[in-house]
Ligand binder design. Structure first.
Ligand code: ADP
Length: 501
């Protein structure tokens, strides 16, 4: 039995879910790891064990891939019409929505984020994502092509393309938005008719496992979605190198993204990667500061800065530098750091001890290299993984805190004087995931947006996501796009059929 420690006031279904060791989903059944091993999942607000989960490894990945292969090649899924696939996805969205409270609580206990955020962002966005891709299932058409064939005069042809699912897909996801990342991956893969082996992050496997309980009721046949929790170096590596996996979709660190590329190289699997970032957020003197200042604060502090697109490099036009810093500091000081289950909290703990050590290590390295904390810079309390929202000033472009992804609530702030300077500085990193621009000059906004090398540029807003809007990275922030029509291409391949009449 799991050694579960949960507060009073937790949903009865969540208590029941946490009261038993959680198994893995293979071929429609909940089964233990072949080794019998389990690992402990920790509540980051307390450091206590929250649940015990079956620990997948190579043998479990092999079983899951075999189930996904059967389901793809010969199961009822392979004969389902696009409309039936769409209905399954829509029913999944409905079921998830019916259990919104429960999923939100589970996410908060597992990841640490404030319950209010899980309720209005994580779970509803996941619901919306499944609905969006439900609609796409019936719209994946090829085209007919009139060909000329100069060396076959007089011959007639009927030529068309088919857009076919790529096959068995391995999906490896991170811990910062556990349920939403599962939805980003599963939605387009299932709309196209692929089958999936999903590996959630070892820190936060719970909402993906709970989602796994809904697939059968939504109408998905056994083996279409398999969920194998476990660690990256074992289960993740086995999945990304498996010869029968046709494609790997990964979200996580740039470092691990490079390992995925190497693992997939043997048999030239298709890969998409959504990786790290060090996104610039640029505030011009002509911006509306009543939205730019809170916008700059939430660009970094949302989800405790544990977002690949966090606006972690704040650039402020020289003449309003002090004013904006004062405003962002005031916003930071207004943040109530505490357990995500406490309705008063607006920032929860970091996800793990490892992440806590990493973020506090960056705070110390920044200050030892000469940066100054305009606010924050320390841990909060002595239990759980809480840190203060931190604004670092007196930073220099070559400091580690300015170049490397911290993945915590730490922003570096620097002044700039004109658009040419900021265009160069904004691009001065290995990453290219996102950027923010705050100005009331529409020409300036569009000009800078086109010069920034990033997959998303937000103007007078930040962290706006929608299932219909593509998201992904330039440079070392990734390959390919998630969301929107573009994500479907990750799971489809085109076949040309040429018929001589
Ligand atoms: P972070 O450093 O933020 O924890 P990671 O990139 O390490 O992010 O992890 C993201 C996901 O990648 C997790 O599901 C993790 O288990 C998985 N992972 C880590 N290492 C590997 C690996 N060598 N091969 C495949 N997956 C991995």
């Amino acid at each position: 039995m799991a050694a579960v420690v949960v507060d009073e006031g937790v949903h009865a279904d969540v208590r029941t879910f946490l009261s038993q060791d959680r198994m893995m989903l293979i071929d429609g059944k909940w089964v233990p790891a072949a080794s019998g091993a389990c690992f402990e999942v920790v509540n980051p607000a307390t450091g206590d064990v929250l649940a015990r989960v079956a620990e997948g490894d190579k043998e479990d990945i092999d079983r899951a891939v075999a189930a996904a292969t059967r389901a793809f090649e010969s199961g009822p899924w392979s004969k389902m019409t696009p409309s039936e696939r769409g209905k399954c996805l829509w029913r999944l969205a409905d079921l998830l929505e019916e259990h919104l409270d429960e999923f939100a609580q589970l996410e908060t206990l597992d990841n640490g984020k404030p319950l209010g955020v899980a309720m209005v962002a994580d779970v509803p966005l996941a619901v919306d994502h499944f609905r969006y891709y439900a609609g796409w299932a019936t719209k994946l058409n090829g085209e007919s092509i009139d060909i000329s064939v100069p060396f076959a005069p007089g011959a007639e042809f009927h030529t068309y393309t088919r857009r076919e699912p790529i096959g068995v897909v391995g999906q490896i996801i991170p811990w910062n938005f556990p349920l939403l990342m599962a939805a980003w991956k599963l939605g387009p893969a299932l709309a196209t008719g692929c089958t999936v082996v999903l590996k959630p992050a070892e820190q936060t496997p719970l909402t993906a496992l709970r989602l796994g309980e809904l697939f059968s009721a939504a109408g998905f046949p056994d083996g279409v979605v398999n969920i194998v929790p476990g660690f990256g170096e074992t289960a993740g590596a086995a999945l990304s190198g498996h010869p029968e996996v046709a494609k790997v979709a990964f979200t996580g660190s740039t470092e691990v993204g490079k390992l995925i590329v190497k693992a997939a190289a043997n048999d030239l699997k298709k890969i998409t990667l959504e990786l790290g970032g060090k996104s610039p957020n640029v505030v011009f003197a002509d911006s509306d500061l009543s939205s730019a200042v809170p916008g700059a604060a939430s660009a970094i502090f949302f989800n405790h800065g544990q977002a690949c697109c966090a606006g972690s490099r704040l650039y402020i036009e020289q003449k309003i530098f002090d004013q904006v810093i004062d405003g962002v500091v005031e916003n930071a000081k207004g943040i109530k750091v505490g357990s995500g289950m406490d309705p008063e909290s607006t920032m929860g703990p970091l996800v793990s001890q490892e992440q806590f050590d990493r973020v506090t290590g960056y705070m110390e390295s920044g200050m030892s290299q000469g940066a100054e904390a305009a606010c924050g810079g320390k841990r909060v309390g002595n239990r759980g993984y809480f840190v203060e929202p931190t604004v670092l000033v007196n930073t220099k472009p070559d400091m580690t805190v300015v170049q490397e992804e911290i993945f915590g609530p730490v922003v570096t702030a620097m002044p700039f004087s004109d658009i040419d300077e900021i265009a160069a500085v904004a691009n001065d990193t290995i990453y290219g995931l996102a950027a923010g621009i705050w100005t009331q000059d529409i020409s300036k906004a569009h000009k800078l947006a086109s010069r920034i090398k990033a997959g998303t540029v937000w103007v007078n807003c930040y962290n706006i996501f929608d299932a219909a809007m593509p998201f992904g990275g330039y440079k070392q922030s990734g390959w390919g796009r998630e969301m929107g029509a573009q994500a479907l291409e990750n799971y489809l391949q085109t076949k040309a059929v040429c018929v001589q009449l």
